[in-house]
Design a protein around this ligand. Sequence first.
Ligand code: GDP
Ligand code: IMO
Ligand code: MG
Length: 433
Amino acid sequence: IRETARMAVTAVVGLQWGDEAKGKIVDLLTDRHDVVVRYLGGNNAGHTVVIRGEKYKLSLLPAGILRPEATSVIAAGVVINPGALLDEMNSVTQRGIPIGKNLLISDRAHVIFPWHRAEEAMLEKKRGDDAIGTTMRGIGTCYRDKAGRTHAIRMGDLVRPDVFRKRVTEVAEHKNAKLKALDPGGELTDPEALLKEYGEYAERLGPHVVDTTAWLHNALREQKSILFEGAQGSLLDVDHGTFPFVTSSNSSGCGIHAGSGVPERAIDKMIGVVKAYTTRVGGGPCPTELHDDIGQHIRDEGNEYGTVTGRPRRCGWFDAVATGYGARISGVDCLAVMLLDVLSKLDTLQICEAYDIGGERTREFPSHIEDLAKAKPVYRTLPGWKSDICGLKQWSDFPKEARAYVDAISELLEQPVEIVSVGPDREQTVFVK
Ligand code: GDP
Ligand code: IMO
Ligand code: MG
């Protein structure tokens, strides 16, 4: 990745459990692309972009929205809470950034309804200590209805008043019957009130709703440059992640084709974004998690509290077994190593290069969480650099210990590191030759 060159078709995917600072990398690359595409997830994502000290928190809107000259696309694989999307659009326009024809929303994207959140709350409660720790946005239950087909409603239905009335009447009847059986005191859906509320959303979002798949294929034909903005991370992928402690879509590179309709072979460069350490929000195993002062130090230095839910993130050492697996699943071409500055005050650093599972050493990432839960990290110890690197601009000016640390990540993941990030701002980015 050269600092200024215009790029063709690029994808940015997280290789860990989300929050790798994908938003920052996407923002950095938007001015080299005509189109920015979100292709999965929904308002479970929280992408932070800092431009000259101004902080923007984006959830459903692609980070490209901050550059109105780019077209931002919410593609077929996204699940949309229309009220949340409109709130987010308002908060962006209130800050002086116009949204008009530059935002396109897929008519194939599925719609999140209040019953999705209610069902999720019930399911999570029932799991008790074994709760997935979801963001409670109705993401998983909406994807479940999409896969089940019978009770799903898409954006294309929402903007057709007759179709929408018919669908809501049918689905609400089913959802109410189910809720009555499961939770007799639960709040039932009043279809008329819902039709009124969602009818207003439809009116406001309608002008943006198109067949984004056809639009993207035209853009490719016109040789427009496209940037795919991943959400969540490879280890949260429903097929390849730490099931069942995952999100309900293909959040690795695997999801780009399914979620956008653009074939993977159209992508020229796939950038894998990794944090220089590990974080995870919600439940599920995390072999390198630190329950000590160092874990707390990383949380404090990295401000590791969820963008969406405010939950403290679980923090630990960099896990090259898990992240290497994420890189292979996603099929990346290079790495962006983020938040390196967070490690600056530590004397020594550890990188997990293998797991010990019941006395057997392995570099394969286990497919079953029971085995992953038993995995003891085998660490490589590296010296820290103990100096401030936030303002450095040239890779050659970095302390040799910092370069060795990044080199170790590169070696273990068998990928070149092309970007290193040392702070939240656009300017705090170093392009590694
Ligand atoms: P995303 O979900 O992958 O887009 O990541 P988040 O926005 O949820 O979390 C990344 C956080 O790290 C945000 O608060 C960013 O502003 C911040 N950030 C990004 N890059 C850096 C960096 O290099 N150093 C530090 N200290 N913070 C960073
Ligand atoms: P970004 O795009 C980190 C996690 C939740 C939970 C699990 C399932 O900001 O990286 P869900 O609500 O999706 O059903 O929750 O996935 N999760 C994320 N963790 N970053 C995210 O998005 C996440 N999106 C979902 O915490 O463990
Ligand atoms: Mg995030």
